[in-house]
Design a protein around this ligand. Structure first.
Ligand SMILES: [Fe+2]
Ligand SMILES: [Fe+2]
Length: 195
């Protein structure tokens, strides 16, 4: 287990979208707890490899002003964690949100931020978009990883300007079709186990 990164400093926003620094808040302990309850293959279509790419997408999209980098990070690990099958699983977003509530103390968010995390998890497959830009970015992080199941992300199904940028879609798509294993630093962690 790694040293817990807790308490967490807030995401540093400088006011300039290019200079925003996003601090990692996902810990090995949180990953272990999510893994313990996950019902599907850990390295499967909706498992840790997908989540870690969703995380990478989130770090990129959080460069947009008004996108909360801590919420998008935590969305990556919770949004599919309650799945019971790899296909159509209508209530998995709600179960992901419920899991986040169970593991609330591992989520370095204030209550209003935590509400947005649970909203993003609950609605990520059912809503086309949302009023809140961070929730939109959460939806985008997941939809940008559709290449793994043979689908090129559709800009009409994306929400934030950076996600809709053809360069972002191309970047995410290439990564989703060639990477069948964890990136070198999943969830921003230098040390990781994947068994
Ligand atoms: Fe999902
Ligand atoms: Fe997903």
């Amino acid at each position: 287990m790694s040293v817990l990164r807790w308490p967490i400093d807030p995401v540093v926003g400088t006011g300039s979208a290019n200079k925003r620094e996003i601090l990692n808040i996902i810990t090995l302990e949180l990953i272990a707890l999510v893994k313990e309850q996950y019902n599907l293959p850990w390295l499967g279509t909706h498992g840790i490899v997908h989540w870690s790419r969703v995380y990478d997408n989130g770090i990129k999209l959080a460069k947009q002003e008004d996108v909360n980098g801590r919420i998008v990070q935590l969305f990556s690990i919770f949004h599919d964690a309650g799945r019971t099958n790899e296909h159509w699983d209508r209530n998995h977003g709600k179960r992901g949100a419920d899991l986040a509530r169970e593991l609330r103390k591992y989520c370095a968010l204030d209550d209003s931020e935590f509400d947005l995390l649970t909203i993003a998890c609950e609605l990520h497959t059912q809503a086309r978009t949302h009023d809140n830009l961070t929730v939109q970015a959460c939806f985008d992080t997941d939809r940008l990883d559709l290449g793994r199941v043979g689908t090129v992300p559709d800009p009409d199904r994306l929400c934030t300007p950076l996600a809709m940028d053809p360069k972002t879609i191309d970047w995410a798509y290439r990564k989703s079709i060639v990477d069948d294993k964890l990136p070198a630093t999943p969830f921003g962690l230098k040390k990781y186990w994947n068994e």
